[in-house]
Design a protein around this ligand. Structure first.
Ligand code: PMP
Length: 248
């Protein structure tokens, strides 16, 4: 688990928000004191080469940096070179862009207290996602000890209430999604009211619309949570608009 990662979406041969992902990778690396001996700008030409070699137009690139090879110890080893692995994967983008709403369940957030670091230690997220999968749901929305929603197992969660956008403020409690940042920017340009604050399950279930964002889910409408329909089981108009703006 001693490493961090990024997933970047590739649409029509273009890397979406690569700079934001590289900046977050740099931040995660700094937080756990992994130093790279080169400028992170080098990732872009290498990813482009990977895309060419694989004739890839739509998909994702996975970038993983771990501390490096050393004898097992809890302390950070001295003078070791970080290990970097990048893989690239085709995805069926038309399926991804489907407009259907998805189901979600709520689960207890069992993670640690530095969720802002994009660690490869994803076991609690995997357990949550598998529970959703077994229950026929797309995402597991994680609930903290105080009853508030932190985020999805691999996404950020948003509410729409009376035309107001609500999403949890970014601090140690959530991963500050690059898609989250992009949607915040779009919402500001479109003059939507935004509140970055906590909300609990009840507020979520009572809201007009719920959607999630991530590099791979982009903007995905959530139309049912724990068996309760949101917006009568239909994707809301603001969720739809934000998704369309993201692609325009
Ligand atoms: N939270 C968690 C826990 C995630 O794993 C992800 C996806 N990496 C996100 C939020 C969304 O981040 P992004 O928009 O950068 O993909």
């Amino acid at each position: 688990g001693d490493g961090v990662y990024e997933v970047v979406l590739i649409l029509n041969g273009k890397l979406i928000d690569l700079d934001g992902h590289i900046r977050r990778l740099e931040r995660s690396l700094n937080e756990i004191e992994i130093q790279l001996s080169f400028n992170l700008k080098i990732f872009e030409p290498i990813i482009n080469r990977l895309m060419k070699m694989n004739f890839l137009k739509n998909g994702i690139v996975y970038i993983q940096v771990t501390r490096g090879v050393a004898s097992r110890d809890h302390k950070y080893p001295k003078s070791v070179n970080a290990s970097i692995v990048m893989t690239i994967k085709h995805i069926n983008i038309s399926q991804k862009l489907q407009k259907n709403g998805q189901k979600a369940i709520t689960v207890e957030d069992q993670r640690w207290k530095r969720r802002d670091i994009k660690t490869i230690q994803l076991l609690p997220n995997c357990i949550a996602k598998e529970k959703a999968n077994k229950e026929g749901a797309y995402e597991a929305i994680m609930i903290m000890g105080d009853g508030t929603v932190s985020e999805g197992s691999s996404s950020n969660v948003w509410l729409v209430k009376k035309n107001q956008l609500i999403t949890r403020e970014a601090n140690f409690n959530i991963l500050n999604g690059i898609t989250r940042k992009a949607i915040l920017k779009i919402a500001k340009v479109k003059n939507l009211n935004i509140e970055e604050r906590k909300f609990d399950i009840k507020e979520m279930l009572d809201s007009d619309e719920v959607f999630i964002t991530s590099a791979t889910s982009i903007v995905t409408g959530i139309t049912e949570i724990d068996g309760k329909k949101i917006n009568n089981g239909k994707i809301g108009s603001i969720s739809k608009k934000l998704r369309d703006y993201y692609f325009s």
